[in-house]
Design a protein around this ligand. Structure first.
Ligand SMILES: [Fe+2]
Length: 119
């Protein structure tokens, strides 16, 4: 949620180390996820086609920001990137156990994204 009461809340004194920047990026990602949640809630709460188009577009831009921030984190801290890949591989193994290939999950993901655009 916005916190306009303190205009200096987000200011950082001096330069951050990469470890401090990683902490800041986690907070930035949380803010992006909250924005996605709010825009999607408002998108779902209206039938106005213009409002749906604008809110859906903004919501999807916030999703891209999450991807950018995660990619930056992978660059700044390759050790953390290993943890991301570990989690990714765990899900891929689960999908294999369920008889779903990677390409099946990609199709499912694309289908869901496409379905949102059709609303
Ligand atoms: Fe954003």
């Amino acid at each position: 949620m916005p916190s306009f009461a303190n205009p200096f809340q987000g200011n950082v004194k001096g330069k951050m180390s990469n470890a401090e920047l990683m902490q800041a990026l986690r907070l930035d990602i949380a803010s992006e996820l909250e924005a996605i949640f709010l825009y999607d809630a408002h998108y779902l709460a209206t039938d106005d086609p213009a409002a749906k188009a604008v809110l859906g577009d903004i919501r999807d831009e916030e999703k891209a920001h999450v991807g950018e921030l995660i990619t930056l984190m992978r660059y700044l801290d390759p050790k953390e990137a290993d943890s991301f890949f570990h989690g990714e591989n765990e899900v891929k193994e689960m999908l294999e156990e369920l008889g779903m290939s990677d390409s099946d999950s990609e199709k499912a993901i694309n289908h869901r994204v496409g379905s949102l655009k059709e609303d």
